[in-house]
Design a protein around this ligand. Structure first.
Ligand code: SAM
Ligand code: SF4
Length: 329
């Protein structure tokens, strides 16, 4: 079991498959992209699966593939098949994916056949002009087609994630919820975090979870869903249910005390937190010939250094060097 010094049991491993992306969401990447990782520095599929095998043996029960855009990885279906074939003390891990959905029309069914359980899709707006401005690509229709393909392929529950930004899409939260409810998806709103490569985030400008709830409460009757566990989203039943909406208030109401997540970047660096200032070079160890016991020991050492919280409110807080797209959101 991967337990840190605060007693938090870690069961959720987020693996970034690539730092590259087909969109350029303004809060995540500049128009020209970021300096990409070099091909030889990325984990091969065999290396990724080997690290995941050790992590699952140590108690990881949930693997989430992310990026960058994970569906840009040409062998994503093989990776899913290999990960769902693993087995740990609690059986095979649940494997899910966070994606911008652009490649889901082609990949949803092969991914479901390979054992993928469900998808989270980024959808910040339903307006074509706004989508184009926000992602710097005119691809709203493709994103919506990708979500529909995931639905047909049975990748349920489908969760839609929107980062809420003042003066950009904060007037759309009710429309997004209506769209999700009409289609049987779960809408989740995320507070913007200081992870942009331009370091432009300002706490005062952030739309807080409380503000989001106020906007929603003006349109719907919200009833808090209890039993959140380690989930980042606080959930609310809409108009008596069964549809729900989630609010991920990572900044204004941190849930670090219940965190069970650990992250592996596409170049094989283990991070105990999105906001960690240090990484453990698991890929380097593996390429130097480390055996499974040494890799497991490195996992435990990394978690032993995990801080109690992200510290965004601390005056000494420093944004991590890697942007979100290179860590794996
Ligand atoms: N490309 C995929 C996608 O967009 O879903 C996966 C990677 S993306 C980095 C994962 C999630 O991080 C998305 O839901 C995105 O909206 C969110 N994200 C990116 N930058 C963020 C930021 N600065 N604050 C909060 N969420 C952010
Ligand atoms: Fe790409 Fe996801 Fe970042 Fe948007 S949020 S630029 S889709 S990695």
């Amino acid at each position: 079991m991967l337990v840190d010094r605060f007693g938090r049991e870690h069961r959720d491993l987020r693996i970034s498959l690539t730092d590259r992306c087909s969109l350029r969401c303004t809060y995540c990447m500049p128009a020209e992209g970021v300096p990409w990782l070099r091909g030889p520095d990325l984990m091969t599929t065999a290396e990724l699966v080997r690290i995941a095998t050790v992590a699952v043996a140590e108690g990881i029960t949930e693997v989430r593939l992310t990026g960058g855009e994970p569906l840009l990885r040409p062998d994503v279906v093989e990776i899913v098949a290999a990960l769902t074939a693993l087995s740990g003390p609690s059986g095979p891990p649940e494997v899910s994916l966070t994606t911008n959905a652009l490649r889901l029309p082609a990949l949803a069914t092969p991914l479901a056949d390979a054992g993928l359980s469900r998808v989270n899709v980024s959808l910040d707006t339903l307006r074509r002009d706004r989508f184009k401005e926000l992602t710097r690509r005119d691809r709203l229709t493709d994103t919506l087609a990708g979500i529909a393909a995931a639905d047909v392929a049975g990748l349920h529950p489908i969760k839609l994630n929107a980062v809420v930004m003042r003066g950009v899409n904060d007037d759309e939260v009710v429309d997004l919820v209506r769209y999700a409810v009409d289609h049987g998806y779960e809408m989740r709103f995320i507070e913007q975090m200081p992870l942009d490569p331009g370091h432009t985030w300002l706490r005062e400008a952030m739309v807080t979870g409380t503000e989001i709830l106020e906007r929603l409460a003006a349109a719907f009757t919200l009833t808090e869903v209890t039993g959140r566990g380690s989930a980042p989203a606080e959930r609310w039943a809409i108009d008596g249910g069964p549809s729900t909406v989630g609010v991920i208030a990572s900044v204004s109401a941190p849930f670090c005390g219940a965190c069970d997540r650990v992250r592996l970047t596409a170049d094989g660096q283990l991070r105990s937190c999105l906001f960690a200032r240090t990484e453990s070079n698991l890929l380097g160890l593996l390429r130097d010939g480390a055996d499974d016991a040494a890799l497991a020991a490195a996992l435990h050492t990394c978690l032993a250094g995990k801080l109690p919280g992200h510290g965004i409110d601390d005056p000494t807080f420093l944004q991590p060097d890697r942007p979100m797209s290179a860590i794996g959101g």
